[in-house]
Design a binder for this molecule. Structure first.
Ligand code: FES
Length: 135
């Protein structure tokens, strides 16, 4: 047990369904992950990510529909712009950029979801828990 806490912000229509599919298929998923189900990644305000870090998350993973597949047409395009800016700001806020990732996983990609979350969890575990205080 690593002791790290990871928050996953998942859009309902693609990534949450993909994670659900992985669970239904009994694919192993790291216990460190806590999933928050959102209507769309377009709803992810970067401040929500920073708040997760402030409240004790060691890593934050945002995942939604692939570009072109957003249930609300453009939500993930807005998300991509905002989250790129956030990623660029993290070092200045004292947060290692490796603790944050955004990606796209569709409802049929349960296996890909498992790979993404395992890779990210491994990366955060290698960094260890955050000291806190930043952001
Ligand atoms: Fe999935 Fe917009 S509905 S990213």
């Amino acid at each position: 047990m690593s002791g790290v806490k990871i928050i996953g912000l998942l859009c309902n229509w693609c990534s949450y369904a993909g994670a659900d599919m992985a669970g239904t298929a009994r694919m192993k998923q790291p216990a460190a992950l806590r999933v928050v189900r959102l209507p769309c990644t377009g709803r992810v305000n970067p401040l929500l990510v920073l708040k997760a870090f402030q409240e004790g998350a060691d890593g934050v993973l945002v995942s939604g529909c692939h570009p072109g597949d957003c249930h609300y047409n453009e939500g993930n395009y807005y998300a991509r712009r905002r989250l790129e800016l956030l990623a660029a700001m993290l070092p200045a806020l004292g947060i290692e950029p490796e603790r944050f990732r955004y990606t796209w996983v569709s409802a049929s990609e349960g296996a890909r979801w498992t790979e993404v979350v395992e890779e990210f969890t491994g990366r955060v575990e290698a960094l260890g828990p955050r000291d806190g205080g930043a952001a």
